[in-house]
Design a protein around this ligand. Structure first.
Ligand SMILES: Cc1ncc(COP(=O)(O)O)c(C=O)c1O
Length: 441
């Protein structure tokens, strides 16, 4: 059933002329202006960061939680805490953000990417097992696009080979009740700018190995504290981005850029990037500031899980309407909740242009990259991941979108004579379950 909230009904009542002027943006920043103002007002106030972090730990999982500045910060901390020899190998989902393998390399370890299936986004269990060598120490699995990978067979493999299992749930937050697979050693959640229920930064780690957690906390204590000023500047930056990304303002910007012969796509893709620019490692190696911890607690405490149901319903609606015309990425993941919604098509540039003309900010830009052992040696073996990057189009899904706009977006796909890619989709064997983990909802 499609869920239509009050706001959607309000937008439905707009005149069609007014609607044509708007642009449905690709990823709204999920923080309200009053939450930003609340956090700004608290920037000058003193506070005890240990006590505030403890409050979050008690809300999340007492005795098993570490609150960091971001997933990248906590992952970096984890790798500086483990006692592995240089050239240890870390097997990981072959598609993830560029910084995750970069952090692994920085510690003298080797990231080993395994292919993922374009429809379930799950790595091949068979390939994981075949990639294990005497140097392998851990497996990092990313749950992409808001769906889940079946962890049971991967955990089985890891236990047999005595490997650490790390779950990257950056794109899979659906409420505080879902804290990762109970048998994973570490589950990481992100509250960065474009994440569900964002606090504009923040990472929560559930660490189920007490000794590892104790040592991570010991090392975390030694990091410098992010200043309230730095977090205040971040609040200002994202207030401006939020303003720009309202449908009307972004519609005007897109039209102005078109008039001067430019397109907005690169600008929009770069804007919401977390730790962009120089000094990456210096910037991730900090503890979260007092106002960030206050905001993160508030966001976790007040999160409304019904928004996840609504988002998943929008995704289901579009999938059903598209039918078998095109492939939906992550369609066969477990419990897809559509953190982003993407399809695989042949004529993707043509489709994106048509979407823009109709007021939908679709894009082919992805922040995901194929994992390779070294930065300057691309990995050509991951055919499923490469196929996904070559055919993907992200469609904007917004909970404020009325049914009429969702239908219009589907019509653009039909009118553009969009078809599934001609080349057969490379299915990655071994892990294409459609089983549901009901406890997530
Ligand atoms: C799959 C994945 N892993 C890790 C991260 C990093 O999260 P953070 O911004 O909290 O460092 C992201 C952020 O986009 C992500 O998408």
């Amino acid at each position: 059933m499609f869920v239509c909230d009050e706001d959607s009904l309000i937008i439905l009542s707009r005149s069609s002329r007014e609607q044509d002027k708007t642009m449905w943006v690709r990823k709204k920043i999920e923080i309200a202006p009053n939450e930003i103002a609340w956090a700004m007002a608290r920037c000058p106030l003193p506070g005890d960061e240990d006590r505030l972090a403890e409050r979050i730990e008690n809300l999340w999982a007492p005795g098993q939680t570490l609150v960091c500045l971001s997933i990248r910060s906590g992952f970096d901390l984890l790798l500086s805490t483990v006692d592995w020899p240089a050239d240890s190998e870390i097997i990981m989902s072959g598609l993830t953000i560029r910084d995750m393998p970069r952090i692994i390399r920085q510690h003298g370890f080797i990231p080993v990417g395994v292919d993922i299936d374009p429809l379930s986004l799950a790595p091949s269990v068979e390939q994981i097992e075949n990639s294990i060598t005497p140097q392998t120490k851990a497996i990092v699995i990313a749950h992409l696009f808001g769906g889940l990978v079946d962890m049971d067979p991967i955990i089985d493999v890891a236990r047999r080979h005595k490997l650490l299992v790390i779950e990257d749930c950056a794109q899979a937050y659906i409420g505080n009740h879902f804290q990762g697979h109970p048998a994973a050693d570490v589950s990481m959640f992100s509250f960065g700018p474009i994440k569900t229920n964002t606090a504009l930064a923040g990472g929560i780690f559930k660490v189920r190995r007490p000794e590892l957690l104790r040592r991570m906390k010991e090392n975390h204590r030694k990091l410098p504290l992010q200043t309230p000023f730095a977090f205040g500047a971040r609040l200002c930056k994202y207030s401006a981005i939020k303003l720009i990304s309202t449908s009307f303002v972004s519609g005007c910007i897109v039209r102005c850029m078109r008039l001067i012969g430019k397109n907005h796509d690169d600008l929009a893709s770069g804007m919401a990037r977390g730790f962009a620019g120089a000094g990456f490692f210096k910037r991730i190696r900090q503890k979260p500031s007092v106002p960030l911890l206050r905001l993160l607690y508030r966001k976790l405490y007040e999160f409304d899980e019904t928004t996840i149901h609504a988002r998943a319903s929008c995704g289901r609606f579009i999938s059903e309407q598209i039918g078998s015309r095109v492939y939906v990425v992550g369609q066969q993941a477990i419990d897809p909740t559509n953190w982003v919604f993407a399809i695989l098509v042949e004529n993707r540039d043509e489709l994106v242009q048509a979407m823009w003309r109709k007021g939908f900010d679709a894009t082919t830009h992805s922040s995901l990259r194929i994992v390779s052992r070294s930065e300057d040696e691309p990995n050509a073996d991951l055919v499923g991941a490469q196929y996904l990057l070559d055919h993907i189009v992200f469609l904007p899904i917004d909970l404020a979108m009325p049914l009429k706009s969702l239908q219009k977006m589907v019509n653009v796909i039909a009118e553009t004579e969009t078809t599934a890619p001609e080349q057969a989709i490379p299915r990655v064997t071994g892990n294409t379950t459609t089983r549901s983990i009901r406890h997530r909802f």
